[in-house]
Design a protein around this ligand. Sequence first.
Ligand code: TPP
Ligand code: MG
Length: 343
Amino acid sequence: MSTASAARPPKRKARMHEKGKSPEQAELARKCLYYMALMREVEDRIERKLYRQGKIVGGVYVGRGQEAIPVGTALHALPQDVLLPCHRDMAAWFIRGVPPGRVFAQYMGRMGGFTGGRDGNMHMGDMSLGIVSIVSALAATVPVAAGVAMALRYQGKDGVAFNYFGDGATSRGDWHEGLNLASVQKLPVVFICNNNQYAYSTPLTAQMACEHVADRGPAYRIPAEIVDGNDVLAVHEATARAVAHARSGEGPYLLECKTFRMTGHSAHDGADYVPPALFEEWSKRDPIQRLEEKMLGQGWSDRAALDQLHAAIKHEVDEAVAWAERSPLPDPATLLDGVYETR
Ligand SMILES: Cc1ncc(C[n+]2csc(CCOP(=O)(O)OP(=O)(O)O)c2C)c(N)n1
Ligand SMILES: [Mg+2]
């Protein structure tokens, strides 16, 4: 190819690119939609059905409206990477290959869950899949992520730790200690904040004096970026920068994903303290709807194919619930197994 033609690609090709006909982009969008819609369906089923039927053990915290964050980020994880997801990041488990039935079983205290029916849903993880269990003490996961990254480096692996938390967590002391440690040691951690503007009933402005969580990065000499957390492709693109930085030995990176918590803090919280106008405003930015509009507008898909995807997810989730309900509750005689050393 001559230099001239390389500098100026054929017009037809350029137009095709503008119209977004790139098959890679279309495939990425389809994958993002699948995981976001799966997370939405699983959480809806848990919060609006199984919880109300009294089948769930423990509280229920969902990430409705925030699905773009775990999806856009975790799709970058390589096998050697370790994820430390939090309570609104369910898609991270699916992306790592956890079948939805196992998640339902965990929420229902069944043997088929991660902890064999010994816990509710707040500590699910599986180190064989590179998922550290949720650390339910807020921000305590941040020094753990630094430790994970240190271990990866010690073992000579080029893995990255993906550390998830909310806006509220960033006002805890251990968040700051963890960031400082990661930075001074130049550890491969991507810190991912879902800034959903509430920590339980506390709005962001009553919780921190700086405007953005990202403002906190430079104090630790950590590059920080603000991203539209309701735009999965934007999150995916920003994560590529963050992961490349961390994996190349440059140290940690902070991503602040701006979003909104479209529910109460948990299933028992009616969120009367949130001005209804905010829900209305943010419902217009729903990440699933936005991606679908983009896919249709770019010609990456058509309505029939999208409807088919949603129907397939519903079917997959029906089967997963049925599987979990068939999974037995643990035998009370095994209550002390794994608690004390046994011979
Ligand atoms: C150290 C600690 N304090 C309080 C709690 C109770 N708690 C659980 S989630 C939550 C709010 C968290 O807010 P944020 O970090 O913004 O995350 P979000 O729930 O909004 O995703 C609180 C107060 C806890 N788990 N740990
Ligand atoms: Mg929050």
